[in-house]
Write a protein that binds this ligand. Structure first.
Ligand code: SAH
Ligand code: MG
Length: 218
């Protein structure tokens, strides 16, 4: 946001500019390249976070020295690898995935990245898995990136199970540009935003589809 046009929602982002920034800040090693390429190779949806966003997730985990984290929505494990790499040794990331094929591919990629001790893929409906994780609370970080119609419920869980000062992150917070529509998922996303604004110190960074960054209040 730098002038009147960007404040109205225009963007300077272009593919060549993204590539330049990625080449400096988000170069893939073999493990990240493998995880990033897995959705296209395996016929999965190609909806992983962008490399620069993945780096941001990892850097936030590193800045906060996150020792216990939950990710809702694993896909092929790309964002999980970024997060886990930012976490110290001996830390734990539980990542939740309902699609058995996605979970299988993610486990392979996580093993390739030598992160299987740090990262556990929990297969099943996220809300059920979250219930089973309660005994591990409080958590230092929660990242939401699964079904958008349940972000309000996931954020309520996060508000109750993050430590004070803990970090909530949520991708696709602009709901693919449909945030202000009438459809039920858009309404759920707006409830999510109201809950976050109420219970967290928070902002929504205008990445291409919005990234909420929020700290749980005391
Ligand atoms: N965070 C990943 C991308 C996740 S894509 C990355 O950036 O690399 C969203 C994933 O959430 C998909 O794999 C989808 O199968 C999963 N998902 C959708 N609804 C879910 C639910 N109710 N419970 C668990 N996983 C779900
Ligand atoms: Mg996403």
């Amino acid at each position: 946001m730098a002038d009147r046009d960007t404040r109205k929602g225009e963007t300077y982002i272009r593919e060549e500019i993204i590539r330049f920034a990625e080449s400096l800040y988000a170069r893939h090693d073999i493990s990240l390249g493998r995880a990033f390429g897995a959705p296209s190779r395996e016929g999965m949806p190609e909806i992983q976070v962008a490399p620069l966003e993945g780096r941001f997730l990892g850097m936030l985990c590193s800045l906060l020295a996150v020792r216990k984290a939950v990710e809702v929505g694993t896909l092929a494990g790309y964002s999980a690898i970024h997060m886990a790499r930012g976490m110290p040794s001996g830390s734990s990331l539980w990542t939740l995935e309902k699609d058995p094929n996605h979970a299988r591919v993610a486990r392979e990629n996580i093993a390739w990245a030598n992160l299987e001790e740090r990262v556990t893929v929990l297969e099943g409906e996220a809300l059920a898995s979250l219930g089973g994780l309660e005994e591990e609370a409080p958590f230092d970080a929660v990242f939401l990136d699964a079904d958008k119609g349940r972000y309000d419920r996931y954020a309520a869980w996060a508000a109750d199970h993050l430590r004070p000062g803990g970090l909530l992150l949520a991708d696709n917070a602009f709901f693919f540009g449909r945030l202000l529509e009438e459809e039920p998922e858009a309404q759920a996303m707006r409830r999510f935003h109201r809950l976050v604004a109420d219970r967290f110190e928070a902002t929504c960074i205008p990445t291409p589809d919005g990234l909420v960054v929020a700290i749980r209040k005391e």
